[in-house]
Design a protein around this ligand. Structure first.
Ligand SMILES: Nc1nc2c(c(=O)[nH]1)N[C@H]1C(S)=C(S)[C@@H](COP(=O)(O)OP(=O)(O)OC[C@H]3O[C@@H](n4cnc5c(=O)[nH]c(N)nc54)[C@H](O)[C@@H]3O)O[C@H]1N2
Ligand SMILES: Nc1nc2c(c(=O)[nH]1)N[C@H]1C(S)=C(S)[C@@H](COP(=O)(O)OP(=O)(O)OC[C@H]3O[C@@H](n4cnc5c(=O)[nH]c(N)nc54)[C@H](O)[C@@H]3O)O[C@H]1N2
Ligand code: SF4
Ligand SMILES: [Mo]
Length: 697
């Protein structure tokens, strides 16, 4: 028998987009194997990637459309399910207007799907009410990056630059658990004599690798960054020539930093003045350095200003727009980067264009063959959209997210979803959100379809189809094609991903995220292409842009902009009733809302359920015992999970992972206070109290 060829492709989960080879097995199932030629992970995979094929099994996934009948979801034909969705969307629009229709997308969707979903909302439904879960992810960093540099691409350099810089400050990233294969770049940095500073309220597996670990109170990174900048100025470590030649706004920023005395910063953050001094010394001594942020400082009601303050530190010391130096954000979801570029965001058109820019509207409307005036304006942000369900928004199409578990103030969001007149969900599995739907559509996933993703490096990659989907399952592109036709738009929604990508190329041409020089053929031959990659006018193809800003920033005058930010408290500071701060995050063996990874036996064995991390002193004070249940209460509700007692966390802080529904759902507690610029909710700090659960009556 011929051996079945293996297909080189990429992991379905996080933004590292590790390369892997997939081989269908004769006995059924799919083997995941190393793919050493992909330079980012060189064959290494975390447990989620290694077991990803388990979710391809029909045993754990949806294989037939489901329609609600007499309160229950029952199997239906595709035609009947699609007819019903089109009919309900159409009648809702007739009764209440186009903005009564909502669309919610996801950063795990391929570029093709994100593009088609944004176009579907604006062209077919005519609604402005579209947003996606990326708003919950890196939107604060995106806003700050755009403000400072005129362009937002997560990392402005490839990961391979990390080992060659002198010092990295890693702020609120636990990449030893969230992107394990990337740890290699940081180990190599240290082997090369560079240093690593980790800023995290917990001594995580990542912090254990650091030369210096700063453990601030959650929500105080803005003060911390200002305190470091204060010391940089006081110690005469600014790069005056860089500030003069390549930036604007220094004077105001300098003044703001000088108002944050180290002793005052110590009081706010809990990080001691000697530690602040040591951080400045490590960061400023070498010739090059980087600051990388992730969700810790970003998922705050002041996330944009906080990231701005870290960027200020880079600019004042000349560590941006130069080789081996700069600020970067570690994007999260598989297509967290591309998903924020092509139009599923409320204020955005493809190519990272702005929906309120007349030129951008004219260009994209031209590609779409519609009147620019027919395109709706910007809509609500993700949480605001979910909050409006059942009132202003009467029907929702949801693709690629599970907000019942992952949205802030989740019990309220669940109630809003139930209040809808009509909910349609396209998913791979019957997620907690799909369980509430009127119609559920079973869709194909990564290994069963071709499409592109854009990794945290800004590297556009081709994910290839390696196996046939189970019968009964169709692609997201098929769903949008069929719904469009039923709603009277016959053309413009092809089911072939390459055809969608060809249109995306044209729509993105000339925009900030220009993909027009990228083709499926190139992606098949190269290990990805970094955007911007405009179409070449001569014989030689544009090589793509691994490193940004070396010749100037993407602002009109080519200079980076300082942000004169000052510290402010979290939206909900502890008080007598809620004396502790809750922060939330991830564990290595579960992914996001857990919809996929909770269906994998090996991962469940490694991370079977939620827990509450608390310091031994706090545990002793409330009488909590290791493994015994504790109840965490916030102004939104309560959650119960076993205590995990560890001196790795600050005594004034508790931590919960957010991967589970039910009793231990962390998001029952979280505060939907929004950042005024990015509209990012404050997932990383809210006031709570913790109590032991008494013995059963
Ligand atoms: N295993 C796994 N990997 C994942 C994911 C997953 O769900 N599971 N999700 C992917 C996605 S979408 C994302 S966005 C990334 C997220 O990747 P990370 O940002 O690394 O993940 P988190 O655990 O949310 O948060 C990181 C750290 O922030 C710390 N932190 C909390 N509050 C603060 C604060 O106020 N300041 C600072 N400095 N730190 C704070 C937490 O203690 C935590 O260790 O991971 C991606 N990779
Ligand atoms: N408390 C707290 N809450 C958080 C965070 C936190 O740190 N703390 N982090 C936030 C962050 S950074 C993020 S990114 C969000 C993520 O939270 P969610 O948006 O809920 O993310 P997932 O669990 O990845 O949900 C993706 C859903 O889409 C399905 N899916 C996968 N691939 C496809 C596809 O190709 N098509 C379709 N139609 N469906 C697909 C999956 O099965 C799953 O049900 O959570 C946020 N919530
Ligand atoms: S690190 Fe991310 S991309 Fe790599 S195998 Fe794990 S989940 Fe997949
Ligand atoms: Mo994320």
């Amino acid at each position: 028998m011929d051996t079945i060829a293996s297909t080189p492709t990429h992991c379905p989960y996080c933004a590292l987009q590790c390369g892997m080879n997939l081989t269908p097995l004769a006995a059924g199932g799919v083997e995941v194997a190393e793919r050493p030629d992909f330079p980012v992970n060189r064959g290494a995979l975390c447990g989620k990637g290694r077991t990803a094929a388990a979710v391809l099994s029909p045993a754990v996934r949806l294989t037939s459309p489901l329609v609600r009948s007499a309160g229950r979801l029952v199997e239906s034909s595709w035609a009947a399910a699609l007819d019903l969705i089109a009919e309900r969307l159409g009648s809702t629009r007739e009764a209440y207007g186009a903005d009564a229709l909502g669309v919610f997308g996801g950063g795990g969707l391929t570029n093709e799907k994100a593009y088609a979903l944004g176009k579907f909302a604006r062209v077919v439904l005519g609604t402005s009410q579209i947003d996606y879960n990326g708003r919950f992810c890196m939107s604060s960093a995106a806003a700050a990056g755009t403000r400072a540099f005129g362009l937002d691409r997560g990392l402005p350099f490839p990961l391979e630059d990390i080992p060659r810089t002198g010092c990295v400050i890693l702020v609120g990233s636990n990449l030893a658990e969230t992107m394990p294969p990337s740890l290699r770049f940081f180990s190599e940095l240290r082997e090369n004599g560079g240093t690593l500073i980790v800023v995290d309220p917990r001594r995580t597996r990542t912090a254990e690798q650091a030369d210096l670990h700063l453990a601030p109170r959650p929500g105080t990174d803005l003060a911390l960054a200002l305190g470091l900048l204060h010391l940089v100025v006081a110690e005469g470590r600014t790069d005056e020539e860089f500030i003069r030649e390549r930036t604007t706004g220094w004077e105001e920023t300098r003044a703001a930093a000088m108002a944050h005395w180290p002793e005052q910063v110590e009081r706010i953050t809990g990080v001691s003045v000697p530690q602040l001094r040591e951080a400045v010394r490590l960061f400023c001594a070498p010739e090059s350095a980087m600051v990388l942020t992730a969700r810790g400082p970003e998922q705050q009601s002041k996330g944009t200003d906080t990231v701005g303050a870290w960027i200020n530190l880079c600019l004042a010391t000349g560590r941006a727009g130069r080789p081996r130096s700069g600020y970067g954000c570690l994007t999260g979801q598989g297509n967290g980067q591309g998903g924020r570029e092509h139009g599923q965001k409320a204020d955005q058109l493809p190519g990272y264009r702005k929906l309120d820019d007349p030129e951008a509207r004219a260009h994209v409307a031209g590609v779409w063959g519609v009147d620019p005036d027919a395109l709706p304006g910007p809509g609500r942000s993700a949480y605001e959209l979910l909050d409006a369900l059942g009132t202003d928004i009467r029907a929702l199409l949801l693709m690629g997210s599970n907000p019942v578990v992952s949205a802030p103030r989740a019990a309220h969001v669940e109630e809003r979803l139930r209040a809808l007149d009509f909910l349609a969900v396209a998913d791979v599995v019957l997620s907690e959100t799909a369980e509430l739907a009127d119609v559920v559509l079973p869709v194909t996933q990564w290994a069963e379809e071709t499409g592109t993703t854009t990794s945290l490096e800004g590297r556009v990659l081709l994910r290839r189809r390696a196996v046939a989907p189970p019968p009964g399952v169709r692609s997201d592109l098929y769903v949008l094609h069929e719904l469009s036709a039923r709603l009277g738009v016959e053309k413009g929604f092809p089911t072939d991903p390459e055809e969608v990508f060809e249109e995306l190329r044209r729509a993105s041409a000339g925009g900030p995220a220009d993909y027009s020089g990228i083709t499926y053929r190139r992606l098949a031959e190269e290990t990805g292409v970094f955007w911007p990659c405009p179409e070449s006018t001569d014989e030689v193809a544009h090589p793509g842009t691994p490193r940004l800003f070396l010749d100037g920033f993407a602002t009109p005058d080519g200079r980076a902009r300082f942000a004169a930010v000052t510290h402010r408290a979290t939206a909900e500071e502890p008080d007598a009733d809620y004396p502790l701060l809750l922060t939330t995050g991830r564990v290595v063996a579960q992914y996001q809302s857990g919809a996929q990874t909770r269906r994998v036996a090996e991962l469940n064995a490694a991370a079977p359920g939620p827990f509450v991390e608390l310091h031994p002193r706090l545990a002793a004070r409330i009488g909590a015992a290791e493994g015994a249940p504790v109840t965490v209460t916030s102004r939104r509700g309560r959650a119960t999970a076993p205590a995990r007692i560890t001196s790795a966390i600050r005594p004034d802080t508790v931590f919960m992972p957010f991967h589970w529904p039910g009793e231990g759902r962390a998001n029952t507690l979280t505060n939907p206070a929004l950042d005024p610029t990015s509209r990012m909710p404050e997932f990383k700090s809210c006031a709570v109290r913790v109590e032991v659960v008494g013995p059963p009556e």
